[in-house]
Write a protein that binds this ligand. Structure first.
Ligand code: PBG
Length: 360
């Protein structure tokens, strides 16, 4: 290696405007302090890495569609397809082979099965229940996460029941509880309430306890923001159309969180934990890493982040246009979740990331 010139003197960090906390030894204050030394070889970078992404961190969200041997592309999510139940089992087998610990299933419910009261949500024969049973019957050692919310089942695309122009909190909870019980019965390992009604985690936890499902986990979408990044997901499950036709309310701001808020996320998480949530989720991901960090540091509980459909679409579109290196930004974005303090990440990139991690 070439001899280096001595580093130019720089003003110590602590004296620079805006610097906070105790400063490390200021570079240049002592000859030979060089942070670049440990960065110079691959082995030393590996040795000092503070965070690491592994396949153990990944949850793969999948969309289920009616039929047999079907794969239906999602236009706004290039590379993602809705799969019929048989193909869900095949995807679960692929996930097991890649070492992915869990999958999350979301239904694209047929329009004729959607209703104002969303009753298909608690039909034990609905798409996600059938897919869950099929994966369990295949004897696969993989966790199954099911969303608890009504949006794939309602004619208006909302996560709850509408009473006039309002989303009715407590009536919705009764339906969510019934939905939770059929999902637990079908074999779901983790129920993930994503509806943002007040008090639903406690109601679901109580019902699980009383009905013999004490070991079913709850991953609460505790801090779920009213985000425009969910657009492609709504295409995938078919709720973009239904939500657009919703009387009066076409957005979810009366129940999902305001992106302006951060302290409120901590209150949401505290409540969901008190009500019996085992795992916490923050959603969306990349634009909300500050929330992931605060939640993980404040509560020291397993905290998951959802790299949502719009984030996937954004990276994928730029990669397909040749504007970004797709694999590189995928891995960098996933590592950022770990650095922020996430225990794991729900990501549509899961199989691709797992394949790269297994190669390395
Ligand atoms: C439904 C639900 C949504 C997502 C997960 N569950 C959409 C929404 O709240 O409208 C979004 C996931 C994604 O965008 O990838 N309650």
């Amino acid at each position: 290696m070439k001899p280096r010139h001595p580093a130019p003197p720089i003003e110590p960090i602590a004296r620079r405007a805006g610097a906070v906390g105790s400063a490390p030894t200021p570079p240049g204050a002592f000859p030979g302090v060089r942070l670049r030394r440990v960065r110079s070889t691959r082995w030393s970078r590996r040795l000092v890495a503070e965070h690491r992404l592994t396949v153990d961190d990944l949850i793969w969200p999948l969309f289920v569609v009616e039929g047999a041997n079907k794969r239906v592309p999602v236009a706004s999510m290039p590379g993602v397809e809705r799969l019929s139940v048989d193909n869900i089992v095949a995807a679960a087998e692929q996930a097991v082979a890649l070492g992915i610990p869990a999958i999350a299933l979301f239904p694209n419910t047929e329009p004729k099965l959607r209703s104002d009261d969303g009753r298909e949500a608690f039909n034990p024969e609905n798409l996600v229940c059938r897919a869950t049973r099929a994966v369990k019957e295949a004897g696969l050692d993989i966790g199954i996460v099911l969303d608890v919310a009504l949006d794939p089942y309602t004619t208006h695309g909302h996560d709850g029941l509408m009473r006039g122009s309002e989303i009715a909190n407590d009536e919705t909870i009764e339906v969510l509880v019934r939905q939770s019980l059929v999902q637990a019965e079908a074999g779901a390992d983790i129920l993930a309430p994503s509806d943002m009604m007040d008090g639903r985690v406690g109601a679901i936890r109580t019902a699980l306890e009383e009905n013999g499902y004490a070991s079913t986990l709850i991953m609460a979408y505790a801090a779920k923001y009213a985000s425009a990044f969910y657009g492609p997901f709504r295409d995938a499950v078919g709720s973009s159309v239904t939500l657009a036709s919703s009387p009066i309310k076409r957005d979810k701001r009366s129940y999902q969180m305001d992106p302006a808020n951060s302290d409120e996320a901590l209150r949401e998480v505290a409540l969901d934990l008190a009500e019996g949530a085992d795992l916490i989720m923050v959603k969306p991901g990349m634009a909300y890493l500050d929330i992931v960090r605060r939640v993980a540091e404040t509560f020291r509980v397993p905290t998951f982040a959802y790299q949502v459909s719009g984030e996937y679409a954004m990276l994928q579109a730029a990669a397909e246009a040749g504007w970004l290196d797709g694999d590189a930004v995928m891995m960098e974005s996933l590592l950022a979740f770990k650095r922020a303090g996430a225990s794991g990440i729900l990501t549509y990139f899961a199989p691709r990331a797992a394949a790269l991690l297994n190669e390395a």
